[in-house]
Design a protein around this ligand. Structure first.
Ligand code: NI
Length: 178
């Protein structure tokens, strides 16, 4: 399996597209695509990945939160495939925190997101799911959801002062831990 991940600028033709809804979730094509997304997310050590990032303009993303050195406070979850998602409600209570993206390497930015969201989506077993997410998971969902609309986190960074390199970010995190 390939680990090729679409990169901002170079692959804007796919990353900036609006992804299409998925029809036949149980089909082999879609199940294989979900497996490839799960595999790529794990190998790239991502917390999530959206289908356009592996050159498939379809409304699917993976959420796979777990603590690591970049996000020590991330909750642990079984990786889930989110298909045809909708954000049906979002809080007007916002929170600014650091984000990164496999398609925007070596850069971190502070992004304002709703602290709580209510969502619906279909999982890979064709079951309709309703969920409420808070904090980190709400942020992760909103980040991946944006990918399906052709939006990258960097579009939502309000000031240049809120962009730092991966190396600077690691220093910030070190200070936080100490
Ligand atoms: Ni991303």
């Amino acid at each position: 399996m390939t680990l090729s991940i679409a990169q901002m600028k170079t692959d804007d033709d796919i990353l900036r597209n609006i992804a299409k809804p998925v029809q036949n979730i149980s089909s082999e094509d879609i199940q294989n695509l979900i497996d490839r997304l799960m595999f790529t997310c794990e190998k790239a050590k991502g917390m999530g990945i959206a289908a356009p990032q592996i050159f498939q303009s379809k409304q699917i993303f993976i959420m796979s939160s777990h603590p690591n050195e970049r996000y020590p406070d991330a909750p642990v979850m079984v990786p889930v495939a989110v298909i045809n998602p909708k954000i049906i409600w979002q809080s007007h209570d916002f929170e600014k925190d650091w984000e990164g993206c496999l398609s925007v390497p070596d850069i971190r930015g502070l992004v304002l997101r709703s602290r709580t969201i209510n969502v619906t989506y279909t999982n890979r077993y064709d079951e309709k799911i309703e969920a409420e997410y808070h904090g980190f998971l709400a942020r992760l969902f909103q980040h991946e959801y944006d990918h399906l609309k052709g939006i990258l986190f960097i579009d939502k960074v309000l000031s240049e002062a809120d962009i730092i390199t991966e190396k600077e970010y690691q220093n910030v995190m070190m200070k936080r831990i100490i």
